[in-house]
Design a protein around this ligand. Structure first.
Ligand code: NAD
Length: 257
């Protein structure tokens, strides 16, 4: 029987804000598999809830990092180096766009809103990967979170679709850069899940309903289904997989109507 044992591995999880965060579901499953967790939270605003959640985990540290400034990312990895001396797994579960850019017509997106969404939601994977890879001395796994709006139009998702398309392209380029070092980079393209971020997207309810009615499995996905795919991608069970976008969407992406 094949079991996943991540004992002795350090997993750095970016993007836990509350108990509904996809990052939290992934942190829990990686911890259950034996990994030491470094939970990276954005700022003071989310510190308390994250502290409360992570206190459930046996082997955890917390670090603050707002990824909009590269100095913060550099400092975060320097702190991680002091705590663990190495990194094996990175979970990038971060996205942000201004509320006004998540509804209405995409054509009305202004330069600053476009810059912010692409900077936080897509560029951050590049800077995080650069710093993390320096500490991945024994190879490693990096995963990020995408959505099918990278491929097809989802009205309301707007500039975040552009950010996800950039993110998926980054996954392929980073996989190529880091493959020779034994570092794999993959994305999960998840179906709609109720979280802080998804609730601000105009059209989110329609997306969820469309998945429920039209996906081959005729239901929505669960947080646990995303987490178990993340566990697979962060383990040797997926040792030949890199540069991939794995859809966890009850099959919605295969449908033409
Ligand atoms: P969430 O709001 O719980 O997580 C988003 C996280 O991004 C938060 O922890 C927030 O603090 C962090 N963040 C935002 N700006 C940041 C910054 N400047 N610096 C550091 N951290 C910052 O929502 P979620 O749905 O769990 O989102 C996680 C990821 O999953 C996102 O990339 C999202 O696009 C993706 N995703 C979500 C869904 C869904 O339906 N919920 C579907 C597919 C993909």
């Amino acid at each position: 029987m094949y079991t996943i044992d991540l004992s002795g591995k350090t997993a750095v999880v970016f993007g836990i804000a509350n108990q509904r965060s996809i990052g939290w579901s992934i942190a829990k499953i990686l911890s259950d598999a034996g990994a030491e967790i470094v939970a990276v939270y954005q700022n003071e605003r989310v510190k308390e809830p994250v502290l409360k959640l992570t206190s459930e985990l046996p082997n955890v540290s917390m670090i603050e990092c707002d990824v909009s400034d590269d100095k913060n990312v550099e400092s975060a990895f320097s702190q991680i180096n002091s705590i663990s001396g190495k990194v094996d797994i990175v979970v990038h579960s971060i996205a942000f766009a201004q509320k006004e850019d998540l509804g209405g017509r995409f054509v009305d997106t202004e330069r600053e809103g476009f810059r912010i969404a692409l900077d936080i939601s897509a560029y951050s994977l590049v800077s995080i990967t650069r710093h993390a890879s320096e500490l991945m001395t024994e190879g490693g796994n990096i995963i990020t979170m995408s959505f099918m709006a990278a491929e097809k139009v989802f009205p309301g998702y707007n500039v975040m679709s552009t950010a996800k398309a950039a993110l998926e392209n980054e996954v392929r380029q980073l996989a190529n850069d880091l493959g020779p070092d034994g570092i794999r980079v993959n994305a999960i393209s998840a179906g709609p899940l109720d979280t802080l971020s998804s609730r601000v997207i105009s059209g989110y309810r329609d997306m969820k309903k469309a998945h429920l009615e039209r996906a081959p499995m005729k239901r929505n996905i669960t947080h646990d289904e995303v987490a178990s795919t993340a566990l697979y991608l962060c383990s040797d069970m997926s040792s030949g997989v890199t540069g991939e976008v794995v859809h966890v969407d009850t099959g919605y992406h295969v449908m033409g109507i």
